[in-house]
Design a protein around this ligand. Structure first.
Ligand code: SAM
Length: 424
C-alpha cells in the first residue's frame, strides 16, 4: 500500500469531475492534478486517507497526445484554471463525458434516453472573462491558492479581459499608500467597452490612485469603493452597460452577470428557441438583472422574474424600461418564499425557467415547481452535479427532453448546461 511522502509509478486511467487524473492501485484511487488519461507518471503521495490518496506528479514517464504546453506561469500554484494542460478538443470531450456520468449517477436516468448535444465551443479560450475578483493580503494582489488563504501574487491573468490587467498594474503601483484594500472587483462590457472597478477597503482610497485610474483607463466608467459595508461612487456612473443579443443591460456593483458574454449569448439564443408563441405565462426564477426575461419577451407574454438581490431587481426594472418590456414584472424575494404564493394563486403556467446558483434549487422549491406543473421547465445550470440531483426529482412528472452543454469557462473543468423538460 501507499505511504505518504513516497514516490510511486502510476498509470492514469481517467479524469474525475474536477479534471484531476485518477490512478488506481489494487482498486485504491489516487487523485493527481495535471495528469491525463493514458499517461504514466511518477507521483509523490501528498495526502493519504482511508479511502483515497492525493498525489503530485514529479515526473512524466509517458505523456498523453492530448497534453499541451501550459501558457501560464501561475498554473501550478493558482488553482483558478485546471485544464490548461489539455488540448481544447480533449477538454470538451472530458466535459461531455463527465456530464453523462453525472446524469447516470445523480439524475439516475439512462443517458441513452436523453438527447445530450455536443458541447457548444467557445470562440475565445483566453481573455474571455468579463469579471474578476482579486484578493489583497500582505501587500500582494492575486488569487487565493485553492482551498487556502494564501495569496498567489498575479501580474497578469490570461483568462480575464486584458483591461483588468492594465488596471491591476496601476493599483499595484499604489498599494503601498492604500493598505486598506482587501479586494478588487472589476466588471467589463465586451460590447460597450465600459469598465467598473470596485475597491473593497477598510480605509479611505488615496486620491493619487483615483487620479491615475481615471486618467489612464479610457473605458473606466464607474469607480466605487466598498467601505464599511456600503458602496460609494468615487467616479463616473452608478452602472456600466452591456449588450446581449441586441438588448441593453445596466449592471450595478452587486448584481450578477454571466462572465462570458459571447457564450452567454449562444446559451440565451437556445433558451429563446425553446419558447413558443403559445407560451404566454412564464416564470423566470433566479432572474438576476432580468436578462432571460427581456431576451425571450414579446408583447403577448406575461413574465414574472424573481431574484433575492434587491439591487439586481432594481437593475431588472431599469432594464425592462430601456428595452420596452412593460409586460414583465420583477420581484425581489427568495424563490422559496415566492413559490407558495404563486401556488396559492392557482394560475396556469406555461413555462418555468430556472437559473439557480451552483447549489441548485432548494428542496422545498423544487417540490413546489413540480406541483405547479408548467408545460415546460427550462433549467439553466452552472453546476451539472446539482442539475442532475434536481432532475432526479423533476423526472417523476417530466421527460428530460434535451441537454446542451456550453463551454462558458474554457481552461477550467466548469460547464454550463441548458436542459429542457416537458410535462409527461
Ligand atoms: C446564476 S445567476 C442567474 C442570473 C440570470 N438568470 C442571468 O443569467 O443573468 C443566479 C441568480 O440567483 C440569485 N439567487 C440566489 N439564490 C436565490 C434565492 N434563494 N432566491 C432568489 N434568487 C436567488 C442570485 O442573486 C443570482 O442573480
Amino acid at each position: 500500500m501507499f505511504e505518504e511522502g513516497k514516490n510511486y509509478k502510476l498509470s492514469i486511467i481517467r479524469q474525475e469531475s474536477t479534471g484531476m487524473g485518477i490512478a488506481k492501485f489494487n482498486k485504491f484511487p489516487v487523485f493527481i492534478e495535471n495528469a491525463l488519461p493514458g499517461e504514466i507518471v511518477e507521483v509523490n503521495i501528498t495526502k493519504l486517507k482511508k479511502s483515497y490518496a492525493v498525489g503530485k506528479v514529479v515526473k512524466y514517464i509517458t505523456k498523453s497526445k492530448d497534453r499541451i504546453d501550459i501558457p501560464c506561469s501561475y498554473y501550478e500554484t493558482c488553482g483558478g484554471c485546471d485544464l490548461m494542460h489539455q488540448t481544447y478538443a480533449s477538454s470538451l470531450d472530458f466535459k461531455r463525458k463527465n456530464l453523462i456520468e453525472l446524469i447516470y449517477k445523480f439524475a439516475k436516468v439512462n443517458s441513452n434516453l436523453i438527447k445530450i448535444n455536443n458541447i457548444v465551443k467557445s470562440n475565445k479560450n483566453y481573455y474571455y472573462r468579463n469579471k474578476v475578483t482579486f484578493h489583497v493580503k500582505d501587500n500582494k494582489i492575486g488569487f487565493y491558492k485553492e482551498k487556502t488563504n494564501e495569496i498567489v501574487e498575479i501580474d497578469e491573468c490570461i483568462i480575464i479581459n486584458p483591461i483588468f490587467n492594465v488596471a491591476l498594474k496601476i493599483i499595484n503601483k499604489h498599494l503601498e499608500n492604500n493598505k486598506g484594500i482587501r479586494k478588487i472587483i472589476m466588471k467589463y462590457g465586451e460590447y460597450t467597452k465600459e469598465l467598473m472597478i470596485i475597491l473593497d477597503t477598510t480605509k479611505e482610497i488615496d486620491e493619487n490612485l483615483i487620479k491615475e485610474l481615471t486618467t489612464k483607463i479610457k473605458g473606466l466608467r464607474s469607480l466605487y469603493k466598498f467601505y464599511r459595508n456600503k458602496y460609494k461612487l468615487l467616479y463616473g456612473e452608478e452602472y456600466i452597460q452591456e449588450k446581449l443579443l441586441d438588448k441593453t443591460f445596466k449592471i450595478s456593483p452587486k448584481s450578477f452577470f454571466q462572465v462570458n458574454t459571447k457564450q452567454a449569448e449562444e446559451m440565451f439564443k437556445l433558451v429563446k428557441k425553446y419558447i413558443t408563441n403559445n407560451d404566454t405565462n412564464i416564470l423566470d426564477l433566479y432572474c438576476g438583472i432580468g436578462v432571460i426575461s427581456i431576451i425571450i419577451n414579446d408583447k403577448n407574454k406575461k413574465i414574472l422574474g424573481v431574484d433575492i438581490v434587491k439591487e439586481a431587481i432594481n437593475d431588472a426594472n431599469i432594464n425592462k424600461e430601456i428595452n420596452n418590456c412593460s409586460n414583465i414584472s420583477f420581484v425581489a424575494s427568495n424563490v422559496k418564499n415566492v413559490l407558495p404564493v404563486i401556488k396559492k394563486a392557482n394560475k396556469t403556467l406555461d413555462v418555468i425557467i430556472v437559473d439557480p446558483p451552483r447549489s441548485g434549487i432548494d428542496k422545498d422549491s423544487i417540490k413546489v415547481i413540480a406541483e405547479l406543473l408548467p408545460k415546460k421547465i427550462i433549467y439553466v445550470s452552472c453546476n451539472p452535479t446539482t442539475l442532475c440531483r434536481d432532475l432526479n426529482v423533476l423526472k417523476e412528472k417530466y421527460d428530460i427532453k434535451e441537454i446542451t452543454p456550453f463551454d462558458l469557462f474554457p481552461l477550467t473543468h466548469h460547464v454550463e448546461c441548458v436542459c429542457v423538460l416537458n410535462r409527461r
